[in-house]
Design a protein around this ligand. Structure first.
Ligand code: KG4
Ligand code: ZN
Length: 334
């Protein structure tokens, strides 16, 4: 027996992704079709366009994922899909495709939470030790999640305004980078020789919540102040100041949470986990306190379907299947 095959579909935002994963951990294919070139001209993701693009590419991406995995539809044992949270029109395309496949193949359907997917991307790279603290940083989310045991999530902190990636993208726009600008700000911050020190938003001493809108405004205010004085703002020093403030706060809170909840492991995930400065700092801090750290490779950090298969696998092993009237949820708790 060569194990079981899950085909997973992810369409919560602007990536159409389909993966084939064996036994919940072995990625046979993970096709990601990004629509970013289409959305870039609008400076952000346009929901209506995202839905249409998902419809256009869905069958092609499914075929490509099967081809790359060298399997055929009848070989598939179960269908996993992102149920939410995300753009409702975009999610619907994936959910309808998943239901159709599950019905046609007469195999189980498993609805999955998008953030559970980001967290369990780590299960594709190593064994998760419980309890674990997951630092989820993406364009839509910034959360600290306590994993008490497998599949048992407790959200202990979240952003009260912008997500980290969102703040990066807004700052990037002010620094005249194209959307999504997070990677550009990261690179500029790495190259900077000077730093404009910006405030750290720690909030209440016992809170694991975040707030980044003030920091973003501080960057914009610095740019305006320079211009008023007839000076050219030093973009690299600002990028560095912004990045250092973000990294200090997110890593500081994650480490504090790990201590308070007796975590045996730290998990980093979400698109912003690609950030060099963040990876380096969290690696250092975890080493200092002797906490094992998992970080997936970049391709498994940004939105992809393999992570959805990894999260669905927990439900698969427990036979927690969804019914065919599964509904996409724009807002969904973990
Ligand atoms: O997880 P993801 O692909 O999509 C969401 O679910 O949101 O994350 C995308 C976000 C974007 O905001 C992008 O600018 C940011 O991740 N990002 C980065 C870096 N690479 C991607 N932010 C900072 N530094 C990076 N190197
Ligand atoms: Zn995501």
């Amino acid at each position: 027996d060569s194990g079981y095959l899950l085909l997973a579909i992810e369409t919560s935002c602007d990536e159409t992704s389909v993966a084939v994963v064996r036994n919940g951990r072995e990625v046979l294919s993970n096709i990601i079709s990004s629509q970013i070139d289409t959305h870039r001209q609008f400076g952000g993701v346009v929901p209506e366009i995202a839905s249409r693009k998902h419809v256009e590419s869905m069958t092609l991406i499914i075929e490509e994922a099967l081809r790359e995995a060298q399997v055929e539809l009848p070989d598939i044992d179960g269908i996993a899909v992102t149920q939410g949270p995300g753009l409702i029109g975009a999610l619907l395309v994936g959910v309808v495709a998943a239901k159709s496949l599950a019905m046609a193949l007469d195999v189980p359907l498993i609805g999955t939470h998008h953030i559970a997917g980001h967290i369990y991307a780590n299960h594709l790279v190593g064994d998760i030790l419980y309890p674990a603290i997951a630092l989820v940083v993406s364009g839509g989310h910034t959360e600290i999640v306590l994993l008490e045991s497998e599949g048992k999530f407790r959200m202990i902190g979240r952003t009260r305004d912008d997500a980290v990636g969102e703040a990066y993208d807004k700052v990037a726009r002010a620094l005249r980078f194209p959307y999504p600008g997070g990677p550009y700000v990261d690179r500029l911050a790495q190259e900077a020789t000077e730093e404009v020190v910006l405030p750290r938003s720690w909030l209440e001493p016992d809170s694991y919540d975040f707030s980044f809108s003030g920091l973003k405004s501080a960057v914009l205010a610095e740019i305006n102040r320079s211009r008023m004085k007839g000076e050219t703002p030093e973009f690299s020093a600002l990028a560095r100041g912004f990045q250092q403030s973000v990294i200090d706060v997110v890593t500081g809170k994650a480490i504090k949470a790990a201590k308070e909840f007796g975590a045996r492991q730290m998990l980093l995930c979400g698109g912003v986990a690609a950030n060099k400065g963040l990876r380096t700092k969290l690696t250092e801090l975890c080493a200092e306190v002797g906490l094992p750290l998992l970080i997936p490779p970049n391709k498994l950090c940004t939105d992809n379907a393999a992570m959805i298969a990894a999260a669905a696998d927990m439900k698969w092993r427990r036979k927690q299947f969804s019914s065919l009237d599964l509904k996409a949820e724009a807002v969904m708790s973990l």
